[in-house]
Design a protein around this ligand. Sequence first.
Ligand SMILES: Cc1cc2nc3c(=O)[nH]c(=O)nc-3n(C[C@H](O)[C@H](O)[C@H](O)COP(=O)(O)OP(=O)(O)OC[C@H]3O[C@@H](n4cnc5c(N)ncnc54)[C@H](O)[C@@H]3O)c2cc1C
Length: 411
Amino acid sequence: MRVLVLGAGVIGVTSAYALHRAGHEVVLVERREAVGQETSWGNGGIIHTSEAGPWSEPGAWREVLRSLGREDAPMLLRLKALPGLWRWGPQFLRECAPHRFRRNLHANLALAVASVAALDRIRHETGITHDEVTRGTLEICHTQAQLHHLVDKLAPLAEHGLRFQVLDRAAATALEPALATASQAVVGAIHFHADQSGCCETFTKKLADWLVERGAELHTGTTVERLLVEGGRVVGAVTDGGPVRADAVVVALGPWSRRLLQTVGVEVPIYPVKGVSITMDRRAWPEAPTMTVLNHGWFFALTPLGDRIRVAGSAEFTGWDTTPAPARIDAILGRAVHVFPGLRACAAAPGRRDWAGLRPIVPSGVPIVGVNPKPGLWLNVGHGHLGWTLAAGSAERLAQAIGGHNAGLAA
Ligand SMILES: Cc1cc2nc3c(=O)[nH]c(=O)nc-3n(C[C@H](O)[C@H](O)[C@H](O)COP(=O)(O)OP(=O)(O)OC[C@H]3O[C@@H](n4cnc5c(N)ncnc54)[C@H](O)[C@@H]3O)c2cc1C
């Protein structure tokens, strides 16, 4: 079968890989001149089963209200964003109900665990390296109360596949010596063994190259203008380079999926939530972490990416603007430097890149994967803050759904 995949971020490219592996002929279309240049470019680089919880959690609305007017708030709702949230906002609030939150969390955790295994398989089959670290991630705590609270929150997730170990200060510092350089004593940490990290953009680019070498078609610099519908069936897409026909079309346009799908009457509740990252030269700080360190108390994550180190975080409801606002960059970098003063040298080193991207967030926090809302049309969208984590597993699910559907038709 000839499958057209729209969008070449990490979700589109892994979808193309899983479809190629299932024996399909794959065509990828991307408006940028290279793959992985939008949200997949500067994310935190973390593949985390430990962060599978959706943002729509009990009490989330309190956090959002508290942020109003505070430029440095980790989650910031701008008043100008309100008109665009009139439907999405109430849906998000509904998903904050405890029973819905638990259901969504368990669904994401199962997909995240499957995804880590699927990513390992891709690396094994393709030989791709992407500055990956597979020693897990560390979430650090500065008080015993914080540590106990975290353990209580995580304990029920063990039976759903979350693997973690509680470390005291000595054990945590033995695993990650950079913790000894923190300005505030680290009393302990949680080590999530299964978590990984690595450069999402490098992975996406190398995987696309691997596919092209094996016959997949990749059209970069090509914008999808609309879907091609004949007799109620989606049979391709019209691009600025002309029409592309296919037996099946996969939409993987990240936050931009909603607009295209609306044109054929399919409504997916995706809102773009802006985040920022700062990528710096890691060599300026010889004791820099060698594995991801998350600090929820101070709202940042620090991830080594080979010779680079990245700080990422921030959630801003502000519409479609992707300019990295200096106030947001300063806030997150300031918090990270406060806790790890050694990072100051990296921040001042040449080659630093401040970046912002739009997370495709759905109210439930559970991505829409392998859904077939119209004949010929398939979705792999809405991965929110977890797209790098969930990409490989979502792609396998999508390919299975398309394969199963066709097997059903043939029967
Ligand atoms: C600050 C920040 C930190 C993050 N940290 C993490 C993390 O640590 N771990 C994690 O798992 N996730 C993280 N995420 C989330 C993750 O980056 C996203 O979920 C993921 O990149 C989404 O991938 P995507 O392929 O759906 O979207 P994108 O990467 O945005 O890809 C969509 C593609 O579609 C293309 N496109 C759009 N419209 C058209 C059109 N009309 N025609 C042709 N092409 C089009 C775009 O150019 C783009 O390349 C983070 C996100 C942010 C912003």
